[in-house]
Design a protein around this ligand. Sequence first.
Ligand code: ATP
Length: 291
Amino acid sequence: MTPDLMEEGAKRAERVASIAAGNATESGGRQAGFSRPVVSGEVDTTHGRILYLEDVNVSFDGFKAINGLSLDIAPGELRCIIGPNGAGKTTMMDIITGKTRPDSGQVYFGSTIDLLRYREAEIAAMGIGRKFQKPTVFEHLSVFENLELALATDKRVRHSMVFALTGEEKDRLGEVLHTIHLADSAARQAGNLSHGQKQWLEIGMLLMQDPKLLLLDEPVAGMTDEETERTAQLFLTLKGKHSLMVVEHDMSFIRTISEKVTVLCDGSVLAEGTLDQVQADERVIEVYLGR
Ligand SMILES: Nc1ncnc2c1ncn2[C@@H]1O[C@H](COP(=O)(O)OP(=O)(O)OP(=O)(O)O)[C@@H](O)[C@H]1O
C-alpha cells in the first residue's frame, strides 16, 4: 500500500473507531489502507509483457543498489524472485510501485504505460497491488468488513462507513472469501485470525480491486507448514487471472509454485530459468544457495 493510501486508511480508521466498538488497531506496525478506484483503460499486453524493466539503475549515496536491471513478466505469469540479502529485491518493487525513482532506465506496465511518469497512488490505481511482508488489516473489523472496505471506492462513502454492496459486489466478495480460504470466517474479527489468515485477508483486500499485477514480498514468512501449503495453492489459483511477482526465501514454497525463477544479485539479474536450472548454476550456488 502506498503512503497516501495508508494516510487515508489512518484517517478512516479514526472515523471507524468512533463507530465500531473498540479502537482501530494496527497490524505489522503500519495502518491498513485502502485501494483506490481502478483507473479505466486496459493495459496493452499485445507484446506479451505486463511488466518490462530495461537497464534500470538506482544509487543511494553512491552505492548502486540497482545496477543495469532488465526483466520482463508475461501476462498471467507467476514469477519468483530470489536472491541474497541486499540483492535489490525490495528496491526493485519500490521502483515498480513508484516509491523509488530510478536514476535511469525504463519501467513499463504493458507496452504503453511508462510507470516512471506516475506517482505511487496512480500506479496502485492502474492495477499494481503490493503486499508487504507484514499483514496490514483492520484488526477490530470483521473479515467481511475488511473486504467490504477494500471495495469501497468513493471517499465520502468510505468515510461514512455507510454503503450498500451491489449484487455484483456481493458476488465478488463471496468469491474472494472463498479464494482466500476464509469463507467460514467472514464474521470473525480480523484481529483474532492467525498470522497466515491475516496474510490471506490482506491478499483478499488487494483482490477486491482486481489488480492486474500483484507484488508479494515474502508472503509465507512466519507461516505454519499448513498455511504455507495453502498459500501455494492460493497463488496457483491466482496465476493466469493475475500476474504475480513473488519474492521469497522459502525454497520448498518456491518449488511448489514456480515456473520461472529470477535470481537477483548486486542489483541485477544473475540467472533466470526453472528452479532446477538456477539451483544448478554455479554462480547462484556461490552467492545464494551455497550459504
Ligand atoms: N533508502 C536507502 N538508502 C540507502 N541504501 C539503501 C536504501 N534502500 C536500500 N538500500 C541498500 O540497497 C541494497 C539493496 O537493498 P534491498 O532492500 O532492495 O535488498 P533486498 O534484496 O530486498 O534484501 P532483503 O532480502 O534483505 O530484503 C542494500 O545494500 C540496502 O542496504
